[in-house]
Design a protein around this ligand. Sequence first.
Ligand SMILES: Cc1cc2nc3c(=O)[nH]c(=O)nc-3n(C[C@H](O)[C@H](O)[C@H](O)COP(=O)(O)O)c2cc1C
Length: 168
Amino acid sequence: MKKGIIILGSSNSNGDTYKAASFVSQQMNYSIIDLKTKNIAEFDYEFKNRNDDFHPLINEVVSQYDLIVFATPVYWYTMSGILKTFLDRISDCLKIEKDVGRKLRGMEMAVLSCGSDKQLKDGFHMPFVETSKYLGMNYIGDVHCWIENNNLPHLVETKLGDFINQIQ
Ligand SMILES: Cc1cc2nc3c(=O)[nH]c(=O)nc-3n(C[C@H](O)[C@H](O)[C@H](O)COP(=O)(O)O)c2cc1C
């Protein structure tokens, strides 16, 4: 069976994106890695941040999982800064940890987003789709969520159910 991991990139560890990610986590028995609890600095051309939490984390991900589900809130029409920083750091794997970069090839990627709007603007998924292509990963699907009265609305639960069917 496919082994998946959810990488949560929200500024709120128990916020709306976490609620939607938890639904998937429970149904699929996937763990959630909360980037907010990690010390991951921005990409540096001299790799001065190589000893922070990024390398142990990405090593764990590529060695133990087949599928990465990126879970991000929509902040200013795009992914969160925390998640973007994580994606930027994948550049480390193309330069100094090439083995890790190679292991990303053939892995799968999916995206769960959560916003206050029920619809994403065009192009939201482009960075994920193109990053997958560049890394030789397979982009297998996405779902957009929102919260009403602190809960996942029925429609969002249905969408999440469809997403689970798509990625499993
Ligand atoms: C900095 C910031 C920017 C936001 N920009 C958008 C946006 O462009 N589109 C949108 O639909 N919601 C936007 N929102 C609302 C959040 O996406 C929404 O409240 C989401 O459910 C928050 O998830 P979280 O609790 O995981 O942070 C923004 C919220 C914040 C804090």
